[in-house]
Design a binder for this molecule. Sequence first.
Ligand code: C2E
Ligand code: MG
Ligand code: MG
Ligand code: MG
Length: 270
Amino acid sequence: MAKSRSRNRYQFYIATIDTEIRQRKRLEMDLHKALENHELSLAFQPQFNYQKGKLVGIEALLRWKHPEKGLISPDMFIPMAEHSLDIIPIGDWVLENAFQQLHRWHLAGYEDLRMAVNLSAVQLQDQNIVDHIAYLLDKYQIPPKTMELEVTETSIIEDIETSKIQLTKIKDIGVTLALDDFGTGYSSLSYLKQFPFDKIKIDKSFVEGLPENNENCVIVEAIVQIGKSFGLKVLAEGVETAEQESYLVAKGCQEGQGYYYGKPLPAQDF
Ligand code: C2E
Ligand code: MG
Ligand code: MG
Ligand code: MG
């Protein structure tokens, strides 16, 4: 009795894992076709400069609308695309569309508007990426300083030497560089010294609960100071309230991004 029960449980467990693996594989196959099926789109979120009192930048964020499952979070499908290497064509598509959209906004009179695009670890290791970015700058007549690429500490740690070489080349063509999700990776300070970043983005997990959360206040204040010492611009992610904004401004943070300024939206709704 006891034996057959534990065997049943074991079989149930295996069946569950099996289903999960199959669902994941299925999703990976669906993602492989998402591009040609036109299921991908970009959402754009404003970045606000406190000193200028205006919107200065926009981050492009990828969206996948699955035909049956609906919207799937990038935190879920980006790692899948990195694993299958579909991130290369998908990342190219993101870059092409972000550059094209920025070109349209520049033509519409927002000449100084800056576009931020997330670059995955796999893209950063791609030997063609630097030439490809130079090609897109030229194709869409984009002043390099209005294009910003965001990478995370986790992605540069995968191959520090190649990342350093690639990021330096990207920086050399005039594109600006931001270190995303700052504070959530490893040995942040040594990267700041070695890599040619222009900006750090304070992760939204530290902005949450400001100004009540004492630990987050200490962390945010420290990051702003680090930014100042290294001559880097500091942007806070995930700003949702006026109280968070006041705190950030008082501490000397230069820019903010979050639902308080606007949720990520399709270009036509901007
Ligand atoms: P990220 O680059 O750190 O982007 C910021 C995330 O915070 C976005 O999540 C955004 O929608 C969310 N966010 C913005 N303001 C607020 C706020 O006030 N409150 C809260 N709770 N969240 C806010 P999203 O769009 O789900 O993207 C998640 C992550 O997926 C991004 O984090 C980025 O790492 C990755 N990702 C998105 N698009 C791309 C892409 O085109 N390429 C690559 N490689 N990664 C991407
Ligand atoms: Mg980002
Ligand atoms: Mg981030
Ligand atoms: Mg993030």
